[in-house]
Design a protein around this ligand. Structure first.
Ligand code: GLU
Length: 450
């Protein structure tokens, strides 16, 4: 899943899109493209390769204030200019960008070919534009809604119609999409970093939700056409946090940020008087925490390793049986949920697909699932039964560093809480608290001399 940016407003859309796509580069991609609605015409520029290569072929006279952009990470069809997004239908009236995978695309494609449609790419995404065009009879939202009902798979999509110049429709299922609310300008993006330079007011879409933006308005709907009143969230990050700030690589910058990020995971969460920790977001009473007989941590990638450390800490210090399991296994295996087991899902982004789906399945089976996440307002924190933010600030590098150490910090505090409720004495608790404090001081010194 790669990047989406959409813009409606007074600025030159191509600039907003190229800058937004640039900020999504860190996710990795193989091709990029934009489509701008320019004086009643669609102008699509796309190619395989980097954003800087794309910028070179964007004509200087590309005006237009509404547009969509994409960075592709190919899943269906080779890395070619033709397979890059945006994609269009035969008439060129519908244009869209898509993140995700449409599993039943071949069946739909065959049917559309029988109906006379011609395809020019090998992607699964192109079928969506043809499908929307085939359903369109004057209302873009309706055509999108009717079309996505037929799709099986995951998608974050941004769509435009040539004859409706200042409007973008976005729809989400299993692939993140966020709406950015500006001053007489609106944005759609797959990731807030793409639009943070312009606005910090965002609305996160849930699965099976649709958004319609114009420069001055936005409306959100569920798939049953009911309009939703969704909460506007404020992105708590500053723009400098997503810049390299003198470092050659984001990863290097994030390694050096560890003293502050660990401190943020720690601060306000130690109760020295009680020689224990305090994690308010767990949403559990001490009595409920005392009843926990087993802890299961579910995660993927680096978060899985942090979860392993967490399980070792909990088992060895709090003496509660604890284990870690890969989210991709839990998601597909029909897990057994026991009422006295407490589940933690760990994800830096809060959007990791396997972890999210594993969490949903565990919740369906009655589990209480708590999140350990970084991105405030992302899906896992919103859908879990409680949890802890690690407050690392944006982690742009794909190889996780500061989020990993902050996740472990949170597991230390959790372990302290659980252990103190059980056998750990006040004095022993205090020893752990002092050791953690000493660790923080030494960490700061260590990074100062580097
Ligand atoms: N499945 C689509 C393709 O291969 C979208 C991939 C992506 O999410 O970038 O073009």
């Amino acid at each position: 899943m790669c990047g989406i940016v959409g813009y409606c407003g007074p600025k030159k859309a191509s600039e907003v899109l190229l800058e937004g796509l640039k900020r999504l580069e860190y996710r990795g991609y193989d091709s990029a493209g934009i489509c701008i609605s320019d004086k009643g015409k669609f102008r699509t520029i796309k190619r395989k390769g980097k954003i800087k290569d794309l910028r070179e072929i964007v004509p200087g006279d590309l005006e237009g204030n509404t547009g969509i952009g994409h960075t592709r990470w190919a899943t269906h069809g080779e890395v070619t200019d033709a397979n890059a997004h945006p994609h269009s239908d035969d008439s060129g009236k519908i244009v869209l960008v898509h993140n995700g995978i449409i599993e039943n695309f071949q069946t739909i494609k065959n049917r559309l070919i029988d109906e006379g449609h011609t395809f020019i790419s090998d992607t699964d995404s192109e079928v969506i534009s043809h499908l929307i065009a085939s359903r369109y009879s004057g209302n873009l939202e309706d055509a999108v809604r009717e079309s996505v009902f037929l799709l099986k798979g995951t998608y974050g999509i941004a769509v435009m119609h040539r004859d409706i110049p200042n409007k973008i429709v976005g729809v989400r299922n299993g692939s993140p999409l966020v709406l950015g609310i500006g001053n007489s300008e609106m944005f759609i993006a797959s990731d807030v970093t793409a639009i943070m330079a312009h606005t910090k007011q965002v609305i996160y879409l849930e699965d099976k939700e649709l958004v319609v933006i114009t420069p001055d308005t936005y409306k959100t709907f569920n798939f049953n056409e009911q309009e939703l009143q969704k909460k506007i969230e404020n992105i708590g990050w500053d723009l400098e946090q997503i810049e390299k700030d003198g470092h050659e690589f984001f990863m290097e910058k994030e390694i050096f940020e560890q003293p502050e990020s660990i401190l943020r995971a720690f601060v306000g969460r130690i109760d020295k008087d009680g020689a224990t920790g305090h994690l308010g977001g767990l949403n559990m009473t001490p009595a409920e925490l005392l009843n926990v007989k087993r802890i299961q941590i579910v995660a993927a990638g680096t978060s899985f390793y942090a979860g392993m450390v967490g399980a070792y800490l909990i088992e060895s210090i709090a003496r509660i049986p604890a284990s870690t399991e890969l989210a991709s296994e839990v998601r597909y295996k029909n897990p057994v949920v026991q009422p006295d087991t407490l589940y933690f899902v760990v994800s830096q982004s809060g959007e990791t697909a396997d972890t999210l789906y594993a969490m949903k399945e565990l919740q369906r089976k009655g589990a209480r699932v708590l999140g350990v996440c970084n991105v405030v307002g992302s899906t896992i924190p919103r859908k879990s039964d409680g949890g802890v933010y690690i407050h690392s600030g944006p982690e742009i590098a794909v190889a996780s560093t500061k989020a990993f150490t902050s996740q472990i910090t949170v597991f230390y505090i959790l372990t302290l809480i659980l252990a103190r409720m059980r056998h750990l004495s006040f004095e022993e608790g205090l020893r752990i608290v002092s050791a953690l404090e000493r660790f923080l001081e030494n960490l700061k010194k260590f990074f100062q001399i580097l």
